[in-house]
Design a binder for this molecule. Sequence first.
Ligand code: PGA
Ligand code: ZN
Length: 417
Amino acid sequence: MSSIIEDLIARKVFNNRGEETIEVDVVTANGFGRASAPAGKSRGKNEVVYYPQGGVDAALKKIDEQIAQELAGLNADFQEEIDTTLHEIDGTANFKGIGGNTAYAVSLANAEAAANSHGLLLFQFLGGNAANMLPYPLGNCISGGQHTRGKAPDIQEFLALPHGAATFLEAQTANTLIHKKIGDMLKKKSTGFNGGKSDEGAWIANITSEEAFETMTKACEEVGNEVDFECGFGIDVASSGMWKEKEEKYIYEREGTKRDTAEQLEYLIDLTEKYHLTYVEDPFHEEDFESFAELTRKTKNCLICGDDLFTTNNERLSQGIKQRAGNAIIIKVNQVGTLTDATDTIENAQRNGYTNVVSHRSGDTTDWHIAHLAVAYKCPIIKTGVVEGARIAKLNELLRIEHFLGNRARMADLKLT
Ligand code: PGA
Ligand code: ZN
């Protein structure tokens, strides 16, 4: 079995928003891997740069003219060496040279090619023979904020978390039932609701945040009773998009209110208590570690998760750990570029009791690699929608993994601290 890289082939493809993106094939002597990069809409300002100047076309040229030659002859088994080489070729601190999405596609395609060269599935290759834990699916049911174009709740995402499920199939079944029930409820409740959905497949309706909270509560309760296990829910406030630096306030446009930091804290504590939220992502803007820490101290049985706050960056996570800002972290590999960078962050989070939440991007392809990363690295949660093609690609891959593992499969150890 040889994992020596023979060739890299790169092409332009499209994501579910119709945006151009990059796909890379890595060919080894005995194997093959393919990966395509996702794209965010509510991006953190500390994310790496997606493409070099000139966009996807320039990235393809970099692969053809330089990266393919430099990686040829290297061993795909040594992921760190491949990723270090990508950093060296790039030569910048934020992947401005070759593009973070270029690095992402090469890095993930390489990992898969290595696994394939050994006749293993990606999660087995990365996680070893003992890897057998499935994540809980955190599924977006109602969209708002920057993920919508018209009137919708100011909060970006309302997400179901069926944390009482005994299997991934049961959990994903519950999420589909909740999603469907919400669609039916919105049809009754909101005049003008026409069944529209966001890029992530969540419903878009002209309702207030309050109405969204009530709808989620009812749907999760009813489905919880039907399936006979606990179905909770949470939110992604995505509050960097609401924060106005000059005014030092969060602007709730739909609601017609503004909240300063103290009011935002109070609002979120109230919401967490009133609706028994199990998950709150980006409750404060991306530089406010202190308020994250305060909310974490003042809430119980709820994950306080940093997405734009950490941008999967290990240094930013270390800063958060020092201040005890949050107790969970979103892992989006293309926020940092390579698999090695992301696994450093995942391991740091694990060592320090933070819950890893592997996540899709709102603009995504049918690439399913994050399903394998969740299992390989024992991430207790995967955030990747409920319906829509790019989401289903990952969710169905987890169902395949669960099926493949048979009676060895377990649900991850999820603590809602
Ligand atoms: P994205 O953000 O649009 O940048 O993918 C989704 C999120 O905030 O989690
Ligand atoms: Zn987010």
